[in-house]
Write a protein that binds this ligand. Structure first.
Ligand SMILES: [Fe+2]
Length: 512
């Protein structure tokens, strides 16, 4: 049985599953191939995804969304919230003359089953699930028979409140009728590192006490114009202090609930956009409440289509575990370009290493796109990690604020030499303290980084390049045994020196 599954709105994605092998065929994200971030599903996505299936699928699945008003995307799709009876819709539809199954379940369920379906724990192992994202902030337990129990709602809208805070302080926020921008959460994460340690002062506590219990649907920037933080500027020390304490307060709310109610030592699965917060992820590991912690590389809504597909598979087959590969996105397509003045060479790891050691910035693409928002070695910008100037240069290339960090990548076997991380981090989802003081380009202001670890099995070409870099760097400085990793990288951006001038203009600001 083949299932095709749609997540139509922002982070729009189409996923396909083969239930006979319980395998993810692909997950095509609408923003990939240089479309704007957070794009909804487009005809391009639909045509690409349909073209990769050799027959009309047996099941068409659609993730739920808010059913009221203009945001409704399919007339008979499920709603946004709910896991109980009525939170899934099963029927039939006719597409291209063929009768197929139709399946829809709520957005809440899509996160839950994405987390479960992609997790590495065996079928039948009970798990806890935390779904925290724009609107949801809930814990669940999934038992050995795939029965889901809602353990409790800790907070409504932790993700929206997090983004809202950034917009409150940003004088450039000019959307009075909106509550937040999707890109603000990542910026607030970066700014928390600039905040001073300490307990909240009176102003901070007042705003935290107002925001945490509030209804995210009723939060508007304009209503807080009298706040001392309104338009204060996002890099103001008073605001970065608040950001840090607000972030801590959100985590502490969920942690307090977990300590009291999640006492069986099951693994914790984390789903929803807050799963991209590497500091919170690290803190969940360090709570020692759980036998393990799993976060998928598409923990945000980019994994929602996979989640609905897993839910559909569970409905039709009883199985809710899938085999998957992080490189299941669209194949990279080289545009036809004017090659005048360009030289083309076969891949030579030694040559690329030499370029990196000469402080060149490399656009590196191969195979299929990664699933989820992180660049994990198939569409990355690579540079040597030693210079603060490289950090500034990469942020300029990517047109990002200077306060945002650059992430490193290293060989899995060398991670403990450079970072205080005792586990692989193949999806770049955990913070670590940087141990190697020479890694100036990738060390954030608070001494942390969010490294990706790479093994040969995971990404053979990137593994080979890192190995070459390690060898060549060590040959230059034979006494320095610490130099074992060393490529800084970024999640989006433009190539440098790869294309002619005309094409550089055309590609400025577009994604790889
Ligand atoms: Fe979501």
């Amino acid at each position: 049985m083949r299932i095709i599954s749609f997540k139509p709105h922002h982070d729009g994605t189409i996923a396909a599953l083969d239930t006979s092998s319980a395998e993810l065929i692909y997950s095509y994200e609408a923003e990939k191939d240089s479309f704007p971030r957070y794009s909804a599903v487009t005809p391009t996505t639909v045509l690409d995804a349909a073209g990769r299936l050799d027959a009309i699928p047996d099941v068409v699945a659609v993730g739920g969304w808010e059913r009221a008003g203009f945001r409704r995307h399919v007339s008979d799709a499920a709603d946004y919230c709910g896991i109980a009876a009525g939170s899934e819709i099963v029927g039939e539809k006719t597409i291209f003359g063929r009768r197929v199954h139709f399946y829809s379940s709520t957005h809440e369920r899509s996160h839950l089953w994405c987390s479960y379906g992609m997790s590495p724990f065996p079928t039948g192992m009970p798990c806890y699930v935390l779904t925290w994202e724009g609107l949801l902030g809930d814990f669940y337990e999934i038992d050995e028979c795939l029965q889901v129990v809602h353990l409790g709602k800790v907070m409504a809208g932790p993700g929206e409140k997090y983004s809202f805070l950034y917009a409150l302080a940003d004088p450039k926020f000019t959307l009075p009728q909106e509550r937040f921008r999707y890109e603000d959460a990542g910026k607030l994460m970066a700014l928390c590192a600039y905040g001073e340690a300490g307990s909240p002062d009176r102003d901070e506590q007042a705003l935290i006490d107002f925001l945490l219990p509030s209804d995210p649907n009723r939060l508007y920037n304009e209503d807080l114009r009298s706040s001392p933080y309104s338009n204060i500027g996002v890099t103001h020390q008073k605001f970065t202090n608040l950001a840090r304490r607000f972030s801590d307060a959100i985590f502490d709310s969920f942690h307090t609930f977990a300590k009291k109610n999640l006492t069986k030592g099951f693994p914790l699965l984390i789903g929803g956009g807050c799963g991209l917060n590497c500091e919170w992820n690290r803190r969940w590991v360090e709570t020692n409440l759980f036998s393990d912690v799993f976060i998928s590389p598409c923990t945000n809504d980019a994994g929602s289509a996979i989640g609905t597909a897993v839910d559909a598979m569970r409905h039709f087959t009883g199985n809710a575990k899938i085999k998957w590969n992080v490189y299941s996105g669209q194949p990279f397509i080289f545009d036809e370009i004017d090659r005048t003045g360009l030289e083309a060479h076969p891949l030579d790891y030694d040559q690329v290493t030499s370029a990196l050691l000469s402080n060149k910035v490399i656009g590196w693409v191969q195979g299929n796109c990664e699933i989820g928002p992180r660049a994990l070695g198939n569409r990355s910008i690579l540079a040597a990690p030693f210079s603060k100037a490289t950090h500034e240069r990469l942020n300029r290339i990517k047109n990002r604020e200077g306060f945002r960090p650059i992430a490193p990548v290293c060989l899995e076997q060398d991670v403990a030499l450079h970072f205080d991380l005792a586990r692989p981090s193949p999806y770049m989802l955990f913070f670590q303290k940087v141990l190697d003081s020479r890694l100036k380009a990738v060390t954030h202001v608070d001494g942390t980084a969010r490294a990706q670890t790479v093994s040969r099995e995971q990404n053979p070409r990137l593994f080979q390049l890192l190995t070459s870099f390690k060898g060549k760097r060590c040959a230059k400085a034979p006494c320095n045994r610490l130099i074992n990793m060393e490529l800084s990288r970024h999640d989006i951006g433009t190539c440098e020196g790869r294309y002619g001038r005309r094409d550089q203009r055309r590609r400025a600001g577009r994604r790889l």
